[in-house]
Design a protein around this ligand. Structure first.
Ligand code: SAM
Length: 220
């Protein structure tokens, strides 16, 4: 149940140096988390992105305690087997639908990933979906201007739902396939995570959509 979640009352109270000890000597360090993998599962994307973006702190959020424990252990093992590497990735157990503003300041994030979210796509569960209209406002809040949201799913209805809601939202625009051509992350979205590999094994379809956080058209 949710009361078992520990979370900071405000981003200022978060002790990030515990999670990134090789990068952050203490809390006075200015470096902050910039990439967020929501529902990171077993952490495949984190491990892939780590060497690609050595200068960025990357965080996975996972609600299932056993799965997040697994990812924490996985990162610990990678760090000890590869001294100096994998220092920029970490995983927290939390409910990403409830506590994002407790962890991140306005405009802090550069990229948010939703890889194969919500497999149980049912009409009755709308409000529980990781992508819904209220949450889009929250994602827009923690993302900086020009920040990118990556989504990929094997569920066509969910893809259509995400495209519809992000496209309709005034603070996001969908990127074109030309924009995506120059982004080295795109190809990694298909099979770097465990769920993506499972979909590949089952010859499932994969639907990708990427959005940019744009400036508020009503400001100025
Ligand atoms: N992204 C991973 C991948 O591609 O392998 C995992 C995909 S899995 C189908 C969806 C994951 O999201 C599950 O591990 C689930 O526990 C997690 N999840 C669902 N709701 C969540 C929430 N509100 N906060 C954090 N994680 C959540």
């Amino acid at each position: 149940a949710d009361h078992s979640f520990e979370y900071p009352k405000h981003p200022n109270f978060m002790k990030w140096s515990v999670h990134y000890p090789g990068v952050l000597e203490d809390e006075s360090c200015a470096k902050k988390v910039e990439f967020l993998d929501v529902g990171c599962g077993y952490g495949g994307l984190l491990v892939t992105l780590s060497p690609m973006f050595p200068e960025n702190l990357i965080l996975g959020l996972e609600i299932r305690v056993k799965v997040s424990d697994y990812v924490v252990d996985r990162i610990k093992a990678l760090r000890s087997q590869n001294p100096g590497e994998y220092q920029n990735i970490a995983c927290l157990r939390t409910n990403a639908m409830k506590y994002l503003p407790n962890y991140f300041k306005k405009g802090q994030l550069k990229k948010i990933f939703f890889l194969y979210p919500d497999p149980h796509f049912k009409k009755a569960k709308h409000k529980w979906r990781v992508i819904n209209q209220c949450l889009l406002a929250e994602y827009a809040y923690v993302l900086g201007i020009n920040g990118i949201v990556y989504t990929i799913t094997d569920v066509k209805d969910l893809h259509d739902w995400m495209v519809k809601h992000f496209t309709e939202h005034p603070l996001f625009e969908r990127l074109t396939s030309e924009d995506l051509d120059t982004d080295i992350i795109i190809e990694k979205l298909y099979a770097s995570s465990e769920e993506g590999q499972k979909v590949s094994r089952n010859n499932g379809d994969k639907f990708l959509a990427v959005f940019r956080r744009i400036e508020d058209p009503y400001v100025n």
